[in-house]
Design a protein around this ligand. Structure first.
Ligand code: GLN
Length: 199
């Protein structure tokens, strides 16, 4: 089974570990470039993108992560993780950087104060007919997608909340807290395919 890293600088690392291990993957907490070099896929958890960004630079992980993404490492970002995969972040704090890789513009904290968190049943055709029960917590919205980006799900008002581009997958919400493992299974299939094609 593939070794899947979880970027463990800040955020809901444990929840991702539980889901991935439940699906039969081995996991490794990634805080250093040496650990990143060992994994065949990486999850960037939800948490606070500004903190993960700063810590990744302090830990010397930003450039290795950008290089790994450019080399085709499968990466799945949830919420803060999606923000970190976006080429452009709107409403970031001053000096906020992302790893990038996805040709998207993402707005942080896009739902405003009235709706800091909410749940919704989302249609996600690529995962089958059953909707995904999604938990949104101070969530971002994808405001622009480039030509190479596939929209996997949007809210009824059109707000894009799940996207995929090549080996990169991102969701505004947290499937890891909702008990639905289909997004992680979808990601693991991508990790396994990329391991096979490299062999
Ligand atoms: N608002 C957070 C950020 O900007 C994301 C929240 C989350 O990951 N649940 O990073």
């Amino acid at each position: 089974s593939p070794l899947v890293g979880i970027l463990s600088l800040q955020g809901d690392v444990r929840e991702h570990e539980n889901v991935l291990q439940g699906l039969g993957a081995e996991t490794l907490r990634v805080r250093r470039a040496e650990e990143l070099a060992q994994v065949q896929g990486l999850v960037i958890p939800g948490g606070e993108s500004t903190v993960i960004d700063k810590l990744s630079r302090q830990f010397g992980l930003q450039q290795p992560l950008r290089d790994a993404i450019a080399a085709g490492l499968p990466v799945y970002g949830t919420c803060a993780g999606l923000i970190l995969l976006a080429d452009t972040v709107i409403d970031g704090i001053e000096g906020q950087q992302s790893f990038g890789g996805m040709d998207i513009d993402v707005r942080r904290n896009a739902f405003g104060r009235q709706t800091e968190s909410f749940e919704a049943d989302l249609a996600v055709p690529v995962l089958g007919d059953e909707p995904v029960h999604a938990t949104f917590i101070r969530a971002p919205i994808v405001e622009r997608v480039g030509a190479g980006v596939e929209v996997l799900s949007a809210l009824p008002d059109g707000a894009i909340v799940a996207v995929q581009q090549g080996n990169l997958l991102g969701t505004s919400f947290h499937p890891e807290v909702g008990g639905d493992s289909r997004f992680h299974a979808h990601f693991l299939a991508r990790v396994r395919a990329s391991v096979r094609s490299a062999a």
